[in-house]
Design a binder for this molecule. Structure first.
Ligand code: GLN
Length: 450
């Protein structure tokens, strides 16, 4: 049924970069065989999932939205992919994304933008915009994403679905094409908080193949989503994430949701996190710095595209030609920014300073969590913007991540749940918890999702 739905609508939504019905149906038959053989499968066995094209898949191409990886078939599965298969989920295909996960709209994909199912003239958010669009358009009940600087929560917010960024290190980066290694975090998309928790539980947990993976049990996210009760909880409203620059409908839905929490027995407290407003500029030094290092591996020798290798050119010339043609403008912008920020003489002033700001943000979180159990804010200042509106204005594009990035800089858990509409478009409510407090955001999210 989902393959039929994809066939019916995806020429308009463009959520998928790769769909191969035969491979998908073969996976589904394999699940039936395992079940018939008496294997005890988890609660999501047989459920289809759309998989972000940043995760390696050995039976499907993996491009990370980039031309430089066109046609690449990975020889191995990412840990998240392997765990989906192990649990019996059926992968429908690979979803569109901003190139190397750099963007907030999917307009930076080398394969054309995805469209928001609520209004096809608007963006579905990004970078995991194919995954959010697929679930919102009923092409898949579940999907995967990665959140480096909001790339799960912001697309979930603008497409009216649930998107969760686990604690950094709570889900494995093994086989995730790297953008910014100290930030990249795989997580789930779903239409309900409970569904997201089930998917979260399926692919999270310690992985010896990822050196930053946390060796602790997965927080009890499914129990928390089922509990869905906030009576007696202390909810902190982040003072800095309100006021000018927030669309009035976004602010109104946010306030109503806070009121709802209060009516359900939570205690609401205003909390100041003065360094949160510096998260965005610090992120745009840290993330490009790490990206400039990670993307050095695309040297025309190892993967995918190779341009100008006609026997007359040096390896260096082939590398330059390949990178010039294979990378899009945003990726080049980030590599240049990052290379500059890391260069000797500027390192302390830019990268070093940004890392110090990161510590200040961490202290804000720690101080806040002495007073409250979770922090809340709008997920993003506006609803889905029209395709093209911010495409030529990187700074306007970056502002979509204002509220989501603090949790990335410190590794905290955070979720976006739908909380109503503004002018007919979905609004998201963000809930942030301490590191390894992932269950708390599910508990609060399940109580307020609408
Ligand atoms: N918009 C952010 C960026 O462009 C989000 C990235 C992400 O989370 N992958 O860097």
């Amino acid at each position: 049924a989902h393959l039929d739905r994809i066939a019916a609508v995806d020429d308009r939504v463009n959520a998928f970069l790769h769909v191969d019905g035969d491979t998908t149906l073969a996976q589904a038959r394999r699940v039936d065989e395992r079940r018939a053989a008496g294997e005890a499968l988890g609660p999501l066995a047989g459920v289809p999932v759309a998989h972000k094209d940043v995760f390696t898949t050995k039976d499907m191409p993996t491009t990370a939205g980039s031309k430089i990886l066109e046609g690449w078939r990975p020889p191995y599965d990412a840990t998240v992919t392997a765990r989906l298969r192990e649990a019996g989920l059926v992968i429908l295909g690979k979803t569109n994304m901003d190139e190397f996960a750099m963007g907030s709209s999917t307009e930076n994909s080398a394969y054309g933008t995805s469209h928001n199912p609520w209004d096809l003239g608007r963006v579905p958010g990004g970078s995991s915009g194919g995954s959010s669009a697929a679930v919102a358009a009923y092409e898949a009940p579940l999907s995967t994403g990665t959140d480096t600087g909001g790339s799960i929560r912001q697309p979930a917010s603008v497409t009216g679905i649930v998107g969760m960024k686990p604690t950094y290190g709570g889900s494995s980066r093994y086989g995730v094409i790297a953008f910014a290694s100290s930030l990249d975090t795989p997580g789930p998309f779903a239409r309900t908080v409970l569904d997201a928790a089930l998917l979260h539980e399926t692919f999270s947990g310690h992985d010896p193949m990822d050196s930053t993976s946390i060796n602790e049990p997965v927080p009890p996210v499914v129990d928390a989503a089922r509990r869905a009760d906030v009576n007696g909880m202390r909810i902190g409203v982040v003072k800095e994430f309100a006021g000018d620059g927030y669309e009035s409908g976004v602010s109104a839905r946010f306030t109503e949701t806070v009121d709802l929490l209060e009516s359900l027995g939570a205690k609401v407290i205003e909390v100041s996190c003065p360094h949160f407003t510096y998260a965005l500029p610090a992120y745009y030094l840290v993330a490009p710095s790490e990206c400039s290092s990670n993307l050095a591996r695309f040297d025309a020798m190892r993967y995918g595209l190779r341009v100008g290798d006609d026997g007359t050119r040096s390896a260096e010339e082939v590398m330059a030609l390949t990178r010039a043609e294979g990378f899009g403008p945003e990726v080049k912008r980030r590599i240049m920014l990052g290379t500059y920020a890391l260069s000797s003489g500027y390192y302390d002033a830019y990268y070093g300073k940004a890392q110090q700001v990161r510590t200040l943000i961490k202290r804000d979180f720690e101080a806040a969590f002495e007073q409250v159990d979770v922090l809340v804010s709008p997920t993003t200042p506006t609803t889905a913007f029209p395709i093209g509106e911010r495409a030529d204005d990187p700074i306007a594009m970056y502002l979509a991540d204002l509220c989501t990035i603090p949790a990335n800089m410190t590794g905290n858990a955070a979720i976006s749940v739908p909380c109503g509409l503004s002018d007919g478009l979905p609004v998201g409510f963000q809930i942030m918890a301490p590191v390894l407090g992932d269950d708390r955001v599910y508990r609060v999210g399940a109580a307020v999702e609408r």
